[in-house]
Design a protein around this ligand. Sequence first.
Ligand code: MV4
Length: 493
Amino acid sequence: MNKILIANRGEIALRIMRSAKEMGIKTVAIYSEADRNAVFVKYADEAVLMGPPPSNQSYLLADKIIKICKELNVDAVHPGYGFLSENADFARALHKAGIILIGPSPEAMTIMGDKLSAKAAVKSYGIPMVPGTDEAITDIEAAKEISLEIGYPILIKASAGGGGKGMRVVENPKDFVEQMNLAVSEATSSFGNGAVFIERYVGSPRHIEIQIIADNHGNIVPLFERECSIQRRHQKVIEEAPSSVLTPELRKEMGEKAVDVARAVKYSGAGTVEFLLDENLDFFFLEMNTRLQVEHPVTEMITGLDLVKEQIKVASGEKLSFTKDDIKLNGHAMEVRVYAEDPKNNFLPDIGTLKVYEPPRGIGVRVDDGFEEGMEIPIYYDPMIAKLITYGKDRNEAIERMIRAIDDYKIVGIETTLPFCKFVMQHEAFTSGNFDTHFVAKYFTPEVLRGDNSDKEIAAMMSALLIDEASNKVKFSTSENINTVSDWRKNRM
Ligand code: MV4
């Protein structure tokens, strides 16, 4: 494999290119006009402008990507995450053009892209599932009877849904028929597929996902778990490896089940099997993600593996160079996603220029980002600026290091979710490990961030005051300024 095209942008494109470069593989970037000055474009060996910023005029142009692959003698495409990364048609078109997809087969993508076909595929492997129906609901009255057997509250789920979209909780049997009709019409309009099914509602679940890597020679290795329970509106904000609640026995059992899920669809490459873990530490299969995930770095930190290199080697036809017994779990890794959103203002996306952008450094700190100081955050794509990852000998050290790294992260020009991430890191429910997917709804309000005006914020307020004063020709020296600030703060204490 001499040359790969990265059909993605930002931090993940840069991250993939770095691993390819270490392997002596040339890289081709595709980019939109909005990313003309982006770091990943400059880093690639070759770069091709796709078109205007909207994704459907640039990063999603499958046919144009394949044309570029042929023109530039590209051997393989790495799709990253999002965009075309789980698009079976794109996978088929690449295969037809004789270009390798660094990812699983189109068949595996298709089966796992639909919740009901995923459940059907893994059912014969004895994978624990939430009690519910395995087929799409066709007879609402019959389904109502089944829902009484399952036991309320229940969840109505769209088979083509994902990431929390197309889910309805029904607390009471009297609401079943109405909610079922709403669920079907919503699924039809949102996904073009009205198939829905029902499950018992697991009240306080944790989100535990198992990373697996599979080669094309029948070898599948589990690479431990990631906990991704700290989510906001189904958007993961904080991920860690390992989970603070899994026992070695549970880790082994979930790893084995995840390998069985992968085997059920003859999986190839890196994949993630998602489970719900309830308060009794029973786990249930949710779905399988057939792509490299945003949060893969925490798994890399505790295993010492480079998952992109492993993906490229598998796609080249190599056998895995390790077995399950070779992979040891070392230390603890924590990741926070830094979004250009204002947590004090309902996480409203914040646009602007990175007037100051100085990521943290030092032992156990990794920053996967795609920006430099002076760059503007484009409005067209996911507002994630960076992933800040810390690694320590244990969970406490990873948390301490994360707090230090957040404090060291200098970003001026846009609001970010860093203050929210620091709030989580310092919250007793998080540090004790006693949390579930309801953490944000349960503990966070914008006020918890407004209460503690850090010195930085006070300085910013004072400089705003100074600018205002200056317009009335009253000057303060900066030292006086600081005294004023400290006096102000003292008075507030
Ligand atoms: C559930 C559930 C409770 N009970 N299924 C959310 C998105 C999709 N991955 C499945 N999800 C859930 N399915 C049953 N039977 C609760 C959720 C859920 C959730 C799961 C994992 C992580 C965060 C979540 C946030 C809200 C709901």
